[in-house]
Design a protein around this ligand. Structure first.
Ligand code: ZN
Length: 114
């Protein structure tokens, strides 16, 4: 964990766990198909950040599932090691990115697409 100290890592872990819990709760509420004619909450789209814009054509649940998978992968890496490395180029992911998007798999350069 070259660019992250123990304390930062712990904070990111807590952030990820909290986010995972929220996503699971959201998925639980998405699962139930709303009764016809009932009020439908449509604030889920606010959760999607720019990194997920490309997947807007997927169902909300798929987006949530995808996000949850990234978070779980990140948590797994925090525990087993290798967290904070770009999956594409192997460089350390900038801590500013991890702060905003702790489940990020790519560094700034790769995220920008080259
Ligand atoms: Zn990279």
């Amino acid at each position: 964990m070259p660019n992250l100290n123990e304390k930062q890592l712990q904070e990111l872990k807590e952030q990820l766990e909290k986010e995972a819990g929220e996503l699971e709760a959201q998925m639980g509420s998405v699962k139930k198909t709303p009764e016809f004619g009932s009020d439908v909450e449509s604030d889920l789209s606010e959760e999607a950040d720019e990194a997920e814009e490309f997947s807007n054509n997927l169902g909300t649940k798929d987006v949530l599932k995808e996000r949850l998978r990234d978070i779980e992968a990140a948590l797994d890496k925090i525990i087993k090691g290798g967290y904070g490395k770009c999956e594409k180029c192997g460089m350390d992911i900038e801590s500013e990115i991890l702060k905003v998007n702790p489940e990020s798999r790519l560094c700034k350069m790769c995220k920008a697409g080259k």
